[in-house]
Ligand binder design. Structure first.
Ligand code: DGI
Ligand code: FE
Ligand code: FE
Length: 202
């Protein structure tokens, strides 16, 4: 669970904030426990970015902001879905499904981050997408394998991620769907679309 210190100077290409300022902005949005998770995701994402040749800076920013909206109240999220005319089908789900989509919106609006790849990585980090860039895949997988995660299969997911990013995306997608089904949870259609594209591979 140790987070080794990360020395990273942002180029200002994606945000006018320094990494420390971004960290403070993110920290103000969540519990210490979730903030530790976010730092873990950044650490894992940077390791994956090094291996799979993705921008370390973009990955750091996407990882730090991926759960930016997670602790907003349900009321605030519901209001935002109406006000910004998101798909009203979302209202049948909860914060787990909303926080990626609305997170991307709020990160753009409140932090001024506009890079589409970063915003898509935030948007898709929970449910995936039929098409995901390498950055999106890195954030999707890092969120699953960060050092603070403890669940059966996480070690295997880490091993896969170190060898083959696509295999890690496939494994995570399948495990998540299986877990949701085992717990009688409602499946968001885009979760199934991700499974069909990445795992069933017709
Ligand atoms: O925000 P985190 O806890 O770091 O992780 P996450 O954003 O990947 O996932 C949040 C939760 O969302 C996780 O418990 C799995 C759940 N989830 C993912 N797809 C679906 C889902 N929950 C439901 N009900 N339906 C889905 O399709
Ligand atoms: Fe999340
Ligand atoms: Fe997360």
């Amino acid at each position: 669970m140790e987070n080794k210190p990360i020395q990273l100077v942002y180029s200002k290409k994606y945000t006018t904030l320094t990494r420390n300022e971004l960290i403070q902005a993110v920290k103000s949005q969540m519990s210490l426990k979730r903030f530790q998770h976010v730092l873990g995701v950044e650490q894992s994402a940077i390791q994956l970015a090094e291996k799979y040749n993705v921008s370390i800076e973009a990955v750091s920013i996407a990882a730090l902001t991926h759960d930016y909206a997670k602790e907003r109240s349900d009321k605030e999220m519901q209001d935002l879905i109406y006000r910004e005319q998101f798909d009203l089908e979302l209202l049948d789900y909860g914060s787990n499904i909303w926080h990626g989509l609305l997170g991307a919106f709020l990160v753009k609006q409140e932090l001024g981050i506009a890079d589409l790849d970063i915003l898509n990585a935030i948007k898709h980090h929970t449910i995936g997408a039929e098409k995901m860039s390498l950055l999106e895949q890195v954030i999707y997988v890092a969120d699953y394998i960060e050092p603070g995660r403890v669940f059966p299969g996480v070690e295997y997911a880490r091993k896969l991620a170190a060898e083959d990013l696509q295999a890690a995306v496939q494994y995570e997608t399948k495990q998540t769907l299986q877990h949701l089904i085992e717990n009688n949870r409602k499946i968001y259609p885009k979760t199934i679309a991700t499974y069909n594209k990445w795992v069933a591979n017709p």
